[in-house]
Design a protein around this ligand. Structure first.
Ligand code: 5GP
Ligand code: ZN
Length: 140
């Protein structure tokens, strides 16, 4: 398996740094975020090092998101979460601070928590949307 020497999540994946584990198998690890924005905020990572979401092979990515769903279901059943945010940041501009692929599974509760997501729509010409869609489509 490919690990990176200076990567904190590689060290967590190998058990060299302790974490509070909620799920583990040979490919994937889920553990509590040490600076949670809500009670039970969990990170799901591949054990192998990939810099971010864009780099992860499809089957492994499927597996990560299946685990994320299980974690989210458990947060709902066991912790009483009434909502969930699933988030993965790609690169610094998007808020990625740890450069080892991870998915945040963030349970949400009545009465608030430490997460605010504000979508502020751009003023755009809606007539351009079909052209933009075609541009993206051509890359898939
Ligand atoms: P990012 O901003 O890269 O999407 O998220 C990185 C997350 O990793 C942050 O929420 C941060 O609190 C968490 N984190 C950073 N270092 C550690 C650590 O050593 N252990 C644990 N459990 N979480 C960490
Ligand atoms: Zn790593």
């Amino acid at each position: 398996m490919n690990y990176k020497d200076d990567c904190i999540f590689c060290k967590i994946a190998q058990g060299q740094i302790k974490s509070s584990i909620v799920y583990e198998d040979s490919e994937v690890l889920a553990f509590l975020d040490v600076n949670p924005v809500s009670n039970g905020h969990t990170l799901v990572i591949t054990k192998e090092h990939f810099d971010n979401f864009l780099m992860v092979p499809k089957d492994l990515l499927d597996h990560v998101f299946n685990v994320a769903q299980k974690v989210a279901q458990a947060q709902t059943q066991q912790l009483g979460a009434i909502g969930i945010n699933i988030l993965t940041n790609v690169n610094e501009i998007a808020g990625q601070t740890v450069k080892h692929f991870h998915v945040h599974v963030i349970p949400r509760y009545e009465g608030g928590d430490g997460l605010t997501i504000d979508f502020e729509p751009l003023q755009i010409d809606k007539f351009n949307l079909p052209v933009l869609a075609d541009t993206i489509k051509s890359g898939i």
